[in-house]
Each structure stands twice: as C-alpha cells, then as structure tokens.
Design a protein around this ligand. Structure first.
Ligand code: GCO
Ligand code: MG
Length: 448
C-alpha cells in the first residue's frame, strides 16, 4: 500500500498526524520563523488623516488578525491628500483584506499592478502607506527595528541638512549660523526676492510691476540674487560648511546650464532640481560643462525618471520622496541600484513627510552604504503629541529609534484634534492643501 493510500487510511481514522520528517521540519521552520505565531493576515486597512503642522499627512494603519499587531505607513502627498484616502479605502483595502501581512514585496507588486495604469503620485502614495505599514508589522513581530531587518547599520546616524532662509542675506546668514551652532555641517540656503514669490523664503518689499496681480517670479532676477547669496554665505560662513541650494525647477534649461557653471566656484554640496522632470535630458549638457554636484528626484514617481539619471551618472544624489515612489520597498532597491553607479542618496525630508516617513528615511540612511545626506525638518510639539517616537536629532545627525518596527505609536485621539485643513489659510485652505499659481511678469505660468 503506497504512502498516500496509507495517509488516507490514517486521516480517515482521524489520526492524520503522521508527517514525514521533512514535512515535520518544514512545519517547525514555519512556526519558528513567526516565533510560533501563524502568519498574520490583514484584517483592516485604515487611513489616519491628520495635519498637526498645518500640512495634510495621510498615514495608513494596517490591523492584523493577531491582537495588538498592527503597523503604520506614510502616504504623504499633501497637495492631493484627500485623493490618497479613497485610493486606500476604496481600492487597496478590499484588495488586501485576508491577505498575508508578511509577504511585503509580493503585496507591493500585486498592488502596483492592480490598477493596470501605474506610477502616479496618488496611487504610489497609497501603495507606500501599505508597504511601510507591512515593514512596521514585520519589525514588531520580529521584535526589532526595521533597520535590523534589512541588514543593520553601516553608520550610527544620518548626517542632515537644515533649511536656512530669510528675506535678505543677513537673515539667511543668521539662520545658517544658528544651524551650525547646533552642530549641522550641512545647510541649505534660500533667500527671498524683493516683491517676488521666491522658493523656500519669504519675499520682502511690495509686489513688482506685472501684467497681472498674482505672485510673480522672474528666473533671471532670481539667478542673480542666488549667485550673490552664495558669495555672501562663503564670505560670512567660510569654506568648511557644506552649502546646498534648491532651484526648485524654476528656471529654463538654458539658464540651468549657465547657472550650474556659475555656481561651480562656490563648491556647493549639491544644487537641487536645477531642471524639471520634463527636461532631464539637459543634464547631459550640464555634465559636459561643469562639475557642480547635482541632486534630483523629489518629483519622481516612475523608474523611467530615476533609472537613466543614475545609470548614466548624470546626477550625484538621488532625492526621491519615498512615498511618491511607492514606499520603502522600491526605495531600498533604488538605493541598491544607485550604489552600483556610486550615486548617493538624499531622501526628500521636508514637513510634508510624516514622522513615520522620516523613520523610513532615517532607516534607509543608516543601512545604505551610498548614503549622501538627509534633509531634516523639525517635529513641532503637536507633531510629537500625535506621533510618539519621532526620529531623534542630535548634533546634526538623525537617529532612527531602536524600538521594534518604525518605533512610532500614533495617538489617534490627538490626531483627530488636527484634521486635514488644520492651520491652513488663504488659497492653501481654499485649494484643500493644494498650491495656487505663480507667474512671470508677463503672466506666463511657471513650474513652482
Ligand atoms: C524640498 C522640497 C520641498 C517641496 C515640498 C512640496 O527640497 O524640501 O523642494 O520644499 O517644495 O515638499 O510639498
Ligand atoms: Mg526640493
């Protein structure tokens, strides 16, 4: 009588415990891998909608079928936050409930393909929220921080840059000195443009004359002022401090080539977003003409954007907004790919990334050999009231905490005190957290 027949007899007799040695070993491996607990299943997918710092931060919470086992993930696309919520609740939730919570890459690929059309900001952020929450769950289940799950630290903390800005040069220098006094070795400098809507800084003076009454930005005026800024900063702050600057894709590619050459003498740590995603082919011209270090990526949602820049070494720092690329899982892979081309990381880390997202950033920073620098934005009291366990800033270094998962607990009652819309004023409120327009003097719209 063959083994299968024998097994059927036994199971018919209700004693189906006869297992081959290998089956026995496999079963105990399964129990061992999950410390004796069965593989957790996704029981619910929720979106915590909070804005403690006046920026809409959608954070996904995944609840499993194991008591007390849940996880959080950053899904922060603040300008369209209200669209991320239904993408999670109406599409990913029914798709995920009942699925295993411990097959992260498989779940990522399944979500990514489930909309057929893909690589967009709303869907990628929704996917990111789930992805990061699954990593949180795996860390909690394993009883270790995510950085341990992905191989452990290659550095103790992440060197960060702070945002120094001001309406005029002395204010920027003051702000930079304040960061340096706190131990920051890297400082981003942005200055206002009198009468215009500059990026990263308030504008002084009355609005310049224009053929319209809205906010004005003139690239050539900005370029002359920025070059003056670097001159003043080098003179006042010295050569040691690493200076960074964000062009925020506001100038024409022709101007970008010239500007990148003109700033070369100031030895910036990097010049950011000198081109917009639509013009990345111009990086080849910039590379041919100067050695200014270049960073790009916060606006990227698709591999078609970051792969050529990395593979052709057209940038020095990849600066992706982790949730815009779909989360921790894809960004680990982007970091690994970039390492092969010696392109370093500088993950996007402004105020419109939630503290959970900052934990993911800090984790990617301490585990990747090709780390460059991390953008830092402070966690104000309300943020810390809602998010317990924010990464710690000390002497210009950011540290992921050592608690299991991301190490963050969210006080959902406190989160509800600061709903979407909290702290918004003017057009920001009217546009549900979206951005208004900025135009050149003649009325032409500019990319902001
Ligand atoms: C940066 C960015 C931000 C973005 C903002 C968009 O380098 O930090 O450019 O300031 O403008 O995140 O919402
Ligand atoms: Mg930027």
């Amino acid at each position: 009588m063959n083994r299968r027949k024998l097994f059927q007899v036994f199971s018919a007799l209700g004693g189906a415990t006869l297992m081959t040695k290998r089956e026995g070993a496999a079963q105990s491996q399964v129990t061992r891998a999950t410390r004796g607990m069965p593989s957790p299943k996704i029981k619910d997918v929720q979106v915590i909608q909070t804005a403690p710092a006046g920026l809409r931060l959608p954070v996904v919470k995944i609840v499993t079928d194991q008591d007390g086992l849940y996880g959080y993930g950053c899904a922060c696309f603040t300008q369209r936050a209200d669209l991320v919520v239904p993408a999670v609740e109406r599409y990913l939730r029914p798709f995920l409930i009942g699925k295993p919570a411990d097959r992260i890459d498989d779940t990522w690929q399944a979500m990514y393909n489930s909309s057929y059309w893909r690589n967009g900001p709303v869907l990628n952020n929704a996917i990111s929220g789930v992805d990061q929450a699954l990593w949180d769950i795996k860390g909690r289940q394993a009883g270790m921080p995510v950085y341990q799950l992905v191989g452990g630290k290659v550095r103790e903390g992440a060197d960060c840059y702070g945002h120094a800005s001001g309406e005029d040069f002395p204010q920027v220098v003051e702000s930079a000195k304040e960061y340096m006094s706190r131990g920051f070795r890297h400082v981003r400098v942005q200055v206002g443009i009198p009468g215009m809507a500059g990026y990263g800084s308030r504008a002084g003076g009355s609005q310049v004359k224009a053929l319209h009454s809205g906010p004005v930005f003139e690239p050539a005026v900005y370029i002359r002022r920025a070059l003056k800024l670097f001159e003043v900063c080098r003179k006042e702050l010295g050569d040691e401090v690493e200076l960074l600057h964000d062009v925020h894709e506001r100038i024409h590619p022709t101007q970008a080539v010239q500007f990148a050459k003109d700033v070369e003498k100031f030895h910036l740590f990097f010049l950011e977003d000198v081109l917009s995603p639509e013009d990345i082919a111009w990086f080849r011209l910039i590379r041919q003409q100067c050695a200014t270090a270049l960073s790009m990526g916060e606006l990227f949602n698709s591999p078609h954007e970051w792969t050529p820049l990395i593979a052709e070494r057209l940038i020095d720092y990849i600066r992706i907004h982790v949730s815009q690329a779909g989360g921790f899982t894809p960004c680990r892979k982007i970091a690994a790919m970039a390492e092969q081309f010696n392109v370093r990381t500088a993950w996007h880390g402004p105020g419109d990334v939630s503290p959970v997202g900052h934990c993911a950033n800090a984790t990617l920073d301490v585990v990747a050999y090709n780390f460059g620098v991390q953008e830092y934005s402070p966690f104000n009291e309300r943020l810390q009231e809602v998010f317990h366990g924010c990464p710690v800033m000390k002497d210009g270094y950011l540290y992921p905490n050592d608690a299991p998962g991301w190490g963050i607990e969210i006080d959902e009652k406190a989160a509800a005190k600061y709903p979407f819309g909290y702290g918004e004023r003017g057009s920001h409120k009217d546009l549900n957290g979206g951005w208004g327009e900025v135009r050149k003097r003649d009325g032409q719209i500019i990319k902001q």
